[in-house]
Design a protein. Structure first.
Length: 299
């Protein structure tokens, strides 16, 4: 198994932001992954790193990157995938097998573990719609458990996994047999929609920054307060969608945090709505970041 010390995470993240991890591990088998989870002190598991702000101040906890733990197989209408399998690849293979249900994840660089943890979704589909069960590592009992959908507490961009007690090892999904051309057509439409509305990865970003408040859209509220013109350091709100932040060069985790605080404050002051972050901050916080994230997470 690959193990690196003083490992720079920056280039692995979709935001192209992040400091040094003291230790980074790349397990390739379930045995290696579980052994790390059993023996390392408070490890943090990361997949595609497409929904995180990795601290520019670095990370002391050992990092387990699931990139190389990425097999998946298709059996009739069922797909079983390891945590590190990438959403777009699995979704493409599902389409080739005439299976519908994963079209939504063809256009963003999440791993199955991250997608399930975040209950990712788009275009009217969510991962919880096709979830059957997952093998998870339980940190308290140090055992592997099988979670059914009722154990997952799925809700909008949330699951029990985000509480931090369980790590996703592999997941079983049930898809629906459908016409391949129709599936590919839906995927093309999804990609077209993104092209027009959202930044692609040539403009480093982390997807939506804030969750949508109930019956409203964070992008709409942010646009109304003029957020499309906001910029702090090398962090800039995307000109075509106010709920995306772009790293225009060497943005730091502090630039992003300050910009998020400004976006949050303006919406709170104008509409009385306290936006909740969708993106997650990982690693050591400096004083400024600690103060901002305390408010963003505890409002
Ligand atoms: C251009 C772009 C477009 C996007 N569009 C969408 C969209 O339409 N819909 C949407 O929902 N999201 C979208 N995202 C956000 C992101 O891709 C998803 O949230 C995705 O699910 C994150 O997966 P990841 O593997 O990158 O997770 P990471 O960013 O690596 O991690 C996210 C969280 O999940 C945890 N995690 C990761 N793997 C595991 C595991 N195996 N076990 C336990 N916890 C784990 C991490 O610790 C972290 O807390 C977009 C992102 C980008 C950059």
């Amino acid at each position: 198994m690959q193990h690196y010390t003083d490992f720079s995470l920056k280039n692995y993240t979709s935001f192209k932001i992040g400091g040094i991890a003291k230790n980074a591990y790349f397990p390739e088998t379930t045995e290696e992954f579980v052994e790390l989870l059993k023996t390392l002190e408070s490890p943090i598991v990361l997949g595609g790193m497409s929904n995180v702000i990795i601290s520019s101040n670095g990370i002391d906890n050992p990092i387990i990157l699931t990139k190389k733990y990425n097999n998946f197989e298709i059996n009739n209408e069922f797909i079983t995938a390891q945590a590190g399998a990438m959403g777009p690849l699995v979704s493409k293979a599902a389409a080739e097998s005439e299976l519908s249900g994963m079209e939504f994840m063809c256009g963003f660089p999440g791993s199955i573990g991250g997608i399930v943890a975040m209950n990712a979704g788009a275009h009217g589909q969510m991962i919880s719609d096709i979830f059957i069960s997952a093998e998870v590592y339980d940190k308290s009992s140090k055992t592997i458990k099988t979670f059914a959908i009722t154990d997952m507490d799925f809700s909008y961009r949330k699951s029990k996994i985000l509480l931090g007690q369980h790590i996703v090892l592999n997941v079983k999904f049930k898809l629906n047999k459908s016409n391949k051309d129709e599936i590919l057509n839906r995927m093309n439409k999804n990609n077209e929609f993104r092209k027009n509305k959202q930044p692609n990865l040539s403009k480093p970003n982390c997807g939506s920054v804030f969750k949508n408040p109930e019956n409203d859209s964070a992008g709409r509220l942010l646009e109304l307060v003029g957020a499309k013109n906001y910029c702090i350091g090398n962090a800039k709100v995307f000109e075509n969608h106010a709920n995306f932040i772009i790293n225009t060069g060497n943005a730091t985790s502090t630039d992003i945090s300050l910009l998020m605080k400004k976006m949050y404050n303006e919406v709170k002051d104008k509409f009385g709505i306290k936006l909740k972050p969708e993106v997650r901050f990982i690693g050591k916080m400096n004083e400024v970041e600690r103060e901002i994230w305390n408010e963003l997470l505890n409002n």
